[in-house]
Design a protein around this ligand. Structure first.
Ligand code: 5AD
Ligand code: SF4
Length: 464
């Protein structure tokens, strides 16, 4: 609580500075946060925005904002390249408007080489911080306002979890809620454990209190966030399982839908399957990253399950919930992957029949064990496998999507459809998208929609 109070006092101090600038310019100051990467980063950006709004910045367009913050991802190489492209453009903008504040934070900044590159090559940057101290944004800004040179503050590891700081929400009716931070799994290709640190769970009381507040504020759908939600609670003073947390979450009045992300297959318990199956609030969707269908490659990836183990788990899940939608992540071209290994991946895809899959070309991340492995796969071979996998995944997903055609299902109306006037876009419990003609006043409401036609990955429907 002390740290929370400390940060609010920095917000006060920064607010005075921002108000002074606004008075001098005769207009309010604006901010823009650009987010790369996963749901975890998206939630972090909502917290960063919350602090900035508390300080007196108004949301604005990136091209003209007085403060621009880039929240980076480093899980694959191309994410880094995009960040530097964006920074280059911002440098040009700052030449024309020297008063601009440019900040960069997130996973990429946890890597010493990247911070060095910013210091040397992108000297116009004002603020550099990492994943462990986003709660310090106001404090860092105050330092920047005082010292007028680049402020770099990146922590090697996390300290306490700072509760009760402000956050804005992209949608008024749904919100992400962090239940844990970091990851202890050390999959051999993955940089996340190095940049997000060791696994830490929030106290269940803090999580439930946040959910209750959100519900009072009109939120009906909550997405519980963690790198591996299935190992929630193991590090708490009084350990608690993820399934037990879900049971508590179910009791929060006003919350109608509960989602979560991401599940590691090795930790998915029978208790969780039972809690999901008997729940009316937990959505009928499970994102269950496969990564590879070859037991040999899974072992080299340090995933700690086999092809057969994964398939047996899917069978148990489907037995308990025949209507569940399964989605996954798959990496193609992991070091040493042979044609036979790749065929095993295709085999799992054909047997499980995912409703969608994120497919990735293996990307070598310096510092991870896989980067040092021999027999990196030829990029041409990897690309051809990637294309074959994508075609398979898309064909199956398109066939599977049709299974709900003609049915009437509950939809959370989420936004006005940007392509077609008079249409809203919403989501089914199983995460499928539906477009249907309706009045924007229904946004944020759960409505019954008849799914008239399946168009590949989405439905077009009518209010029932
Ligand atoms: N190369 C390619 N994909 C990766 N992922 C994580 N690390 C890498 C990497 N080095 C993928 C995994 C993970 C998803 C978020 O990103 O599939 O589940
Ligand atoms: Fe990375 Fe594996 Fe942790 Fe997921 S579970 S964040 S893939 S190390």
């Amino acid at each position: 609580m002390d740290e929370t109070r400390r940060q609010y006092s920095f917000m006060d101090e920064a607010r005075q500075y921002v108000a002074g600038e606004a008075a001098r310019l005769g207009r309010p100051l604006t901010y823009h946060v650009t987010t790369f990467g996963c749901q975890m980063n998206a939630r972090d950006s909502e917290k960063l925005s919350g602090i900035l709004e508390m300080i007196g910045y108004l949301p604005g367009e990136e091209e003209e904002a007085d403060l621009v913050l880039i929240n980076t991802c480093t899980v694959r190489e191309n994410a880094n390249q995009r960040v530097y492209g964006r920074l280059g453009q911002l440098g040009g903008q700052k030449k024309r408007r020297p008063g601009m504040v440019i900040g960069i934070c997130g996973c990429m900044m946890q890597e010493a080489d990247e911070v060095e590159r910013i210091r040397k090559t992108y000297r116009f940057v004002d603020l550099v911080f990492g994943t462990h101290n986003i709660f310090q944004l106001a404090e860092l800004l105050v330092r920047r306002f005082r010292q007028r040179e680049m402020v770099v503050d990146v922590w090697d590891g996390a300290k306490e979890i700072v509760e009760d700081l402000p956050a804005v929400r992209k949608y008024p009716f749904k919100s992400g809620v962090n239940i844990m931070f970091g990851c202890n799994n050390f999959c051999s290709y993955c940089i996340v454990p190095y940049v997000r640190g060791r696994e830490r769970s929030r106290e269940p009381g803090d999580i439930l209190r946040e959910a209750e507040r959100l519900a009072q504020d009109g939120v009906v759908e909550i997405m519980l966030l963690g790198q591996n939600v299935n190992s929630y609670g193991k590090t708490l003073g009084t350990p608690m399982s993820f399934a037990a947390l879900l049971r508590e979450m179910e009791k929060v009045e006003g919350i109608r839908r509960i989602r979560f992300m991401t599940s590691h297959p090795k930790d998915l318990s029978q208790e969780l399957i039972q809690v999901m199956a008997s729940s009316h609030k937990i959505c009928r969707h499970l994102h269950l990253p496969l990564q590879s269908g070859s037991t040999r490659i899974l072992q080299a990836m340090n995933r700690r399950y086999t092809k057969e183990g994964y398939l047996a788990l899917v069978e148990r899940i489907r037995e308990a919930m025949p209507d569940i939608s399964l989605t996954t992540d798959i990496i193609v071209g992991f070091p040493g992957e042979t044609e036979e290994d790749f065929e095993e991946t295709l085999d799992v895809v054909r047997r499980v029949r995912y409703d969608s899959a994120f497919t990735f070309l293996y990307s070598k991340r310096t510092g991870t064990p896989a980067a040092a492995m021999d027999c990196q796969v030829d990029p041409g071979v990897a690309h051809r496998r990637f294309d074959r996998l994508l075609r398979e995944v898309q064909d199956i997903a398109a066939q599977e999507a049709r299974r709900y055609e003609g049915q009437t299902m509950e939809v959370l109306a989420e936004e006005v459809n940007r392509q077609q006037a008079g249409m809203l876009t919403g989501r089914l419990s199983n995460n499928f998208t539906v477009h249907f003609p309706a009045d924007p006043s229904l946004i944020g409401k759960l409505v019954q929609v008849r799914l008239e036609k399946c168009c590949g990955f989405y439905y077009v429907g009518e209010l029932a």
